[in-house]
Design a protein around this ligand. Structure first.
Ligand SMILES: Cc1ncc(COP(=O)(O)O)c(C=O)c1O
Ligand SMILES: N[C@@H](CCCC[NH3+])C(=O)O
Length: 463
């Protein structure tokens, strides 16, 4: 018997948009291991726990909204990537997905390298003890200050993104009496199957130097001619949240083609090839991501095969997964504040966060899952839209998902797979205070990024 608080509530079949769930899940209390981190489970009393700690206790201690990161899961995923690629390849975790000093230490301990794309990320990495030679510095418009800081620190490589930057980095390196190891980022001209805003290998966009019409070959010529630079490889990143390996195959083939052309023209075999990041994760039960060992095998086979065909020595491969490591490791915990059922449509469930802690739904039309985590329920499913508290009707966290129809203010709900690009893209819109990131492991929780306070906001406002 349903305990529905909204008996006349919406019927999902009336409103389901294309591509979304066709039916409510069989069991609303179940937690799909595809979208939740490995230590997440429902305890005997129905409360969800992570790292051995119940969310009700976590909410009491740390408040909501908050991101809870499963440290064991993070380390496991980092290790899986490291092991899959072995000692002949390098894994650079992409710090843009989420970076904090604790995360840098975990990465260091697990043997990963780090990709940073700003002075701020570089400073965080260095201050947490990541050896500079294990850092790669990216960006399509690095400032002179950032370039100088990276070279002075001794970063392992700078990834050159434009013709101007080739000269800029060479001059700064020379002025510091150094020769900087660099790669050139090329756009290989593939259309990655992902959202337009996060595809980066087609030519009509801001990143990289096009392989087409000889631009990349010209960039290599210039880089090889400058004393301040040691050109060690070619870099390609085709986009983000990609499941289909075909785009990586084409990219690898084209990059190896450039390596062969460089060998033919200059007699130089560049020793490195970086195929970037971009591997997709499961945000809903519909998504089927690849495992790191499958990805490693596929990439190394393509590169080896293409190099053999071109009679090139196989270069050292590197990859830059961000989302695939950190994305699944965290969930955002919210408290339900208000509930607005719209007859025949859907029920709006307002939580105490929103687009300020997760902009991805508004920005990319991203899909997420959600679950009631402070208790179980045997009420009927209701089609819900989880929305935030911002002054914006597009302030949506989860567009369409099923929650139990007895959901009530004060319940805790959690959105899984928010480890990547949520805290790192969080904002202070409406003077929201950015939530903390709390690492949980073996029954203990500790804040690794603290919650912002009104004092923090007022300190910035010097007016
Ligand atoms: C150059 C580069 N490397 C790596 C990444 C990480 O991508 P993802 O988090 O999708 O693995 C990005 C972001 O898309 C990027 O721009
Ligand atoms: N921030 C994006 C992806 C861009 C990745 C950085 N190049 C996301 O949330 O999916």
């Amino acid at each position: 018997m349903s305990r529905s608080a909204h008996p006349a509530g919406p019927r999902h079949a009336d409103v389901l948009p294309e591509g979304h769930y066709t039916a409510p899940p069989a069991d609303l209390n179940a937690l799909d291991p595809k979208v939740w981190s490995h230590t997440v489970t429902r305890t005997a009393d129905g409360v969800v726990s992570v790292g051995g700690m119940e969310v009700t206790r976590l909410a009491e201690e740390f408040g909501t909204p908050a991101y809870f990161m499963d440290e064991a899961d993070f380390r496991e995923r980092a290790r899986a990537w490291r092991t899959a690629f072995g000692h002949d390849a390098d894994v650079f975790y992409a710090g843009k997905a989420f970076l904090s000093r604790a995360v840098v230490r975990w990465l260091h301990e697990e043997g990963l390298n780090l990709d940073v794309c700003s002075g701020g990320e570089l400073a965080t990495a260095l201050s947490a003890g990541m050896p500079a030679d294990r850092i790669a510095f990216h960006g399509n418009n690095k400032s002179e200050t950032e370039i100088r800081a990276a070279i002075e620190a001794g970063v392992g490589r700078i990834v050159l993104d434009s013709f101007q930057e080739i000269v800029r980095v060479a001059h700064i390196a020379q002025s510091l009496g150094k020769r900087q190891r660099v790669q050139i980022r090329v756009t290989v001209g593939v259309e990655a199957h992902t959202h337009e805003f996060i595809a980066t290998a087609h030519e009509d966009q801001k990143f990289g130097i096009a392989l087409a019409d000889g631009q990349a070959a010209e960039a290599v010529r210039r880089a090889l001619s400058l004393d301040g630079l040691e050109l060690v490889g070619i870099h390609s990143h085709i986009g983000s949240q990609i499941f289909d390996m075909a785009g990586f195959e084409v990219a690898a083939r084209r990059v190896v083609g450039l390596l062969a052309a460089v060998r033919d023209e200059h007699g130089v075999e560049l020793p490195e090839i970086d195929l970037g990041g971009g591997l997709g994760i499961a945000y809903t039960s519909e998504d089927d991501p690849r495992e790191p060992h499958e990805i490693a095998k596929a990439l190394s086979e393509i590169v080896t095969r293409e190099c053999e065909a071109a009679r090139l020595r196989t270069p050292r491969i590197s990859v830059e997964p961000g989302r695939a490591i950190v994305g699944p490791t965290a969930f955002t915990l919210y408290e339900v504040g208000t509930i607005k059922p719209l007859d025949g449509l859907r029920t709006y469930v307002s939580v105490d966060g929103g687009m300020s802690d997760n902009i991805r739904t508004a920005l990319y039309d991203a899909e997420y899952s959600v679950a009631l985590v402070s208790r179980t329920s045997d009420a009927d499913p209701m089609l819900a839209r989880v929305v935030g508290k911002h002054c914006e009707s597009g302030d949506i966290v989860v567009k369409d998902a099923f929650l139990p129809s007895d959901l009530a203010p004060g319940d805790l709900i959690a959105v899984p797979a928010t480890g990547a690009y949520c805290r790192s893209m969080a904002s202070n819109y409406n003077h929201a205070l950015r939530p903390p990131v709390v690492a949980v492991q073996d029954g203990a929780a500790r804040v690794i990024v603290r919650r912002e306070t009104e004092e923090d906001l007022l300190r910035l406002d010097v007016g």
